[in-house]
Write a protein that binds this ligand. Sequence first.
Ligand code: NOJ
Length: 759
Amino acid sequence: MKKFNSAIPTLSLILISFLSTYTQAQNTIPKVESLLAKMTIEEKIGQLNLVTPGGGIATGSVVSSNVEEKIKAGQVGGLFGIAGPERIKTTQDFAVKNTRLGIPLIFGSDIIHGYKTTFPIPLGLSASWDMELLKRTAQIAALEATADGINWNFSPMVDIARDPRWGRIAEGAGEDPYLGAAIAKAMVTGYQGDDLTAINTMMACVKHIALYGAAEGGRDYNSVDMSKIKMYNEYLPPYKAAIDAGVGSIMTSFNDIDGVPASGNKWLLTDLLRNQWNFKGFVVSDYTSVNEMIAHGMGDLQAVSALALKAGLDMDMVGEGFLTTLKKSLNEGKITEAEITMACRRVLEAKYKLGLFEDPYRYIDKKRPAKDILRPGNRKIAREAAKKSFVLLKKHNNTLPLKKDANIALIGDLANDKSNMLGTWAPTGDFKLSIPILEGFKNVAPNAKITYAKGANITNDSVMAKNVNVFGRTVVIDERSPEVMLKEAIEVAQKADVVVAVVGEAKEMTGESSSRTEIQIPASQKKLIRALVATGKPVVLVLMSGRPLVIEEEMNLPVSILQVWFPGVEAGNAIADVIFGDYNPSGKLTATWPVNVGQIPIYHSVKNTGRPQPTETFLKFKSNYLDAPNAPLLPFGFGLSYTEFEYSDVKVTTSEINQNEGLTVRVTLKNTGNYDGEEVVQLYLRDVVRSITPPMRQLKGFQKVFLKKGETKIVSIELKPEDLKFYNSNLDFVAEPGEFEVFVGTNSNATLKAIFTLK
Ligand code: NOJ
């Protein structure tokens, strides 16, 4: 990566920008250039307009008007929120047959965790730490979406999130840049494949550049203020990884960065993206984020639209600021024709890369939906992905796994529910296709005796219920009183051998515009849990949420806890697979779970400070809290298994290396328990002394390994030269000589250690 250095003299900047324009010109696509030569200003501006007609898949609060007329008038470059070969064919016809140059439209959609075959929410998928599996889910999403005529996907969302109050933490891969970068790469290569013109691949759109997950106070769309050192080292790597993997497009974020909203931020969209990272694709705004710069205090619609174009934004989503003001700005000399042409070129190049000039109907085939969507094989992967996403948070008295002929009280509103299983951001999914947990239990354990009771509403708070029922009714407040429901559940529990209570959030309690300041299990269900535990029966909590929750109280109860996120279309079957032991849970948390909200922001790669607290006991004048520990409730990387793993003998292949050399770390791993199982071996690195304060440890490697019970394996993890590097105060990417400590183990608290020196 080239460095960003604010001290670079102006002359060099001019040279860099000349060179990048020159290189861009060198790589131009003749078809696109010949089209550009024929296009009027109005036609070019039209290509920069992205619309959503409404009436289909709603993902925002306003929709575009007169879409058909606009397409025919050459005022639309792309569309999102519609699906199906017929509808897309009719719409493509408007563009191809009715406009002067017949430029095809690009069709976008939000396919965040599967198209119709809905996989677990991204935060859940990330907990699998299984890059091949993640890639497979992206391939299936692309297969199904393209079968429905869509060729551009607003995914992956790679915003680092260290604040579980932020509802959109559900959509990403959690807190860590190293893991986040690996997942970004897996998803982009999954969607795009090797050939973007293939009918089963689609263009990915990595989002939201940049730093959206660091919104102040976890409040959605809020401001972000962050040092460049923190950005480069901790927040930017996943976007960069997506670009290095060849992502075709990028979406801007809603927040400001250094006081300038992302959609109008020239440093972000030109200096960083184009000049430093050499990004060749196109940049789309988020939903009306250009217009929202008015509210940010950046000027009127004409001013913010010009600002966005000049900053390097190519396509304007829904707001039509480009469509309605760029011509005027051009006439007034506020922007140049070259700037419009450049944005248009990038949009056209994307269409070219997708093969749309060769065949505008490439992705439109009436036979494909029946053939490719919801194939049994796709659902099989959804089940596998779901069970691999689950994280066993607590084991108690070997209650789990349950016997397949057990007498089970299955309790909870979420235990017999379809409407919440897909989780947030599944606008293309169909919740009616999802398997409720009760049904999954019956499928997997037909000989079990299962009695169901609701026990409690997801929440008794009718205002909260109304706010989260935006995309259909997923919280239903029962006509019966809470007391009557509770009594019924206790009676059912008393007659059973074991209680499985499914508790947690409704799907829209996380997601966009779903930030919370209290992130506990809703009070109605907490009460239910306490009552069930009081029966004295063994209790298993199946916990559903789109974010880390505050569950200190529940962790202290005599219960087992399985975190299942929102598992997707195969929810019930996958949960039953794990509860009944057909699959041994192997997921690991990718975001730290706090003891309480006051510890937020919380993440594992913290710095030592000048006054570290040596133990967890409060000490005056140390960096700590009077009323809570520093340590989280559950660390990053945490997750149990039905079996036990023992780590020993961590070794580095060499104790001294030179600059630009790597080394191998080896550890012995033994499955000492009673089940076969998978373990995610994690490697953390500490750069002991360096020119900017180092984090105490950072994830720099991992490997998921399967071990039969009793089996021992030596696991090797490579540390590459760049794993030792960081951005220093000049934003140079360097590795500094000195000692490094390597920690290997089952989570970010790993204690087994080896040491090496970089010369
Ligand atoms: C707004 C969201 O922030 C973004 O993630 C999404 O892709 C767009 N809406 C389009 O639906």
